[in-house]
Unconditional design. Structure first.
Length: 224
């Protein structure tokens, strides 16, 4: 049974959030390919995970028999998030750009799941799991644009998700999402519309491609 871990972090509701609309399209496409599968959903805006504390951090490196009651409780919350990641066959993450970087709620989730010696290190426990990140933004930070140097979402998540957690990371980037609401960006509305449509197409095709990849891997395992 296929399991998708679906994470949203936008503070805006579904009808007003570019990232939520694209992760939802990905999820629908995934569920069409896996009608009997499981989706584990985390809405980090509606139900934020705790920011990392000393007890939560230190418990990860302490012998379980020597943890304090506070350490044990804090680590149990981390462990739930870690195991959700480890069980996932694929991950889709909504990561809108807020003040040039990811929402603090998403950073809190990352701080919890990153555990050296388990999810990070020489053999990360979720290594190779495909992860699609929907990195929406109000403007454009693409190479060659005036704000290229302010891109601290994609490069950060490539480092943490890809090089540290070992996930197989891919990105969908809906941009110029402020154009319909900002009169100063009115001339960019057609580019926004094109970006929006492209992002939804990519969500559908990437979900289908990951489903086909998982089926091929399952067939290969069965032949061994």
């Amino acid at each position: 049974m296929a399991t998708l871990l679906h994470i949203d972090s936008s503070v805006f509701p579904s009808g007003a959030s570019a990232s939520r609309s694209v992760t939802a399209a990905f999820r629908r496409s995934w569920e069409e390919q896996h009608p009997g599968g499981t989706v584990v959903y985390r809405d980090l805006a509606a139900e934020p995970v705790p920011h990392i504390t000393h007890d939560a951090w230190s418990a990860g490196y302490a012998d379980p028999s020597e943890r304090t009651a506070d350490q044990s409780a804090a680590f149990a919350a981390r462990l739930e998030l870690i195991e959700e990641l480890e069980r996932a066959d694929a991950v889709v993450i909504g990561a809108p750009m807020y003040n040039y970087t990811v929402p603090s709620t998403l950073k809190a989730w990352l701080d919890s799941v990153l555990l050296l010696g388990r999810t990070a290190g020489e053999a990360p426990s979720a290594q190779g799991t495909p992860a699609v990140v929907v990195a929406s933004r109000g403007g454009s930070y693409a190479p060659g644009t005036p704000r290229e140097g302010f891109e601290f979402v994609r490069n950060y998540l490539e480092a943490v998700l890809g090089r540290t957690l070992g996930l197989d990371v891919d990105f969908i980037v809906p941009e110029l999402t402020m154009a319909p609401r900002n009169p100063a960006m009115a001339e960019l509305v057609p580019l926004f519309q094109a970006s929006k449509e492209r992002a939804h197409r990519e969500a559908v095709t990437k979900a289908k491609a990951l489903a086909e990849r998982r089926a091929a891997d399952a067939d290969a395992d069965a032949d061994r």
